[in-house]
Design a protein around this ligand. Structure first.
Ligand code: GRF
Length: 225
């Protein structure tokens, strides 16, 4: 017979297991972990995977006692993709959540995690995809920048858009200042999207993402992931 503590644990609702992929400072990881402190948050970070030993995200994960894994960034794309998918599955992850991950995943990832790879990008896609979205918005004289949370498909920054929010560009903006305001929005938006995804509320049809309300999501359990 199990102990009282084990019985209580078995009554806790199962959270949807996700792997976070991060190369940088990890402020989006921190935002997701903070959101996950709430009982009602539907996802659980089971592992943080990085391609860089010096990623600040690893320190954040360790402080939160979450398993970390560094997979050599010198591997070629296909080998790195296989290793990431294997590692995520090893920890039971059912989705990959990219939070400042600077490597491009190969097509195998989309096959192994169909409609289950999320990314946040610091521009209003389809404008300014790629590495320097914030800088390009400034150079282009855009009056609105922002962030886009989207599913990953076979190309770079082209997948179905889940959520977007605009940030006004100020005449005095530097790349760092604008990026900081965009990140502040990401820190609110990305955890909301991860939670909605984990609840099965995001359905992709003909590359358009529909948000189900909570009741529909319960009925349509499993749809969209
Ligand atoms: C974010 O702005 C995200 O949009 C981009 O990389 C940045 C990651 O920042 N893909 P952090 O490492 O989460 O602080």
């Amino acid at each position: 017979m199990g102990s009282r503590q084990e019985d209580a644990a078995s009554l806790e609702p199962q959270r949807f297991p996700i792997a976070i992929l991060a190369s940088g400072t990890g402020s989006n990881l921190a935002a997701i972990l903070e959101a996950a402190e709430a009982d009602e948050f539907a996802a659980e970070v089971v592992v943080v995977i990085s391609d860089r030993t010096d990623a600040g995200a690893l320190d954040i994960a360790r402080a939160a006692r979450i398993p970390t894994s560094v997979l050599s960034g010198s591997r070629k794309r296909q080998a790195l993709t296989t290793a990431i998918c294997d590692e995520a599955e090893h920890y039971g992850a059912r989705a990959l959540v990219l939070a400042g991950f600077m490597r491009i995943l190969g097509p195998e990832a989309v096959v192994r995690f169909p409609d289950a790879i999320l990314n946040t990008h610091p521009s209003l896609l389809p404008s300014f995809p790629g590495m320097h979205g914030v800088r390009q918005a400034l150079e282009h004289g855009a009056k609105l920048a922002g962030c886009t949370v989207h599913f990953i498909d076979e190309e770079v920054d082209t997948g179905p858009i889940i959520a977007q929010e605009a940030v006004a560009v100020l005449a005095s903006d530097t790349e760092d200042a604008l990026h900081a305001r965009i990140k502040a929005v990401e820190h609110r938006l990305y955890p909301q999207v991860v939670d909605a995804f984990a609840r099965g509320r995001l359905v992709v049809q003909d590359r358009v993402v529909r948000w189900l309300d909570e009741v529909d999501a319960t009925i349509a359990e499993g749809v969209g992931r």
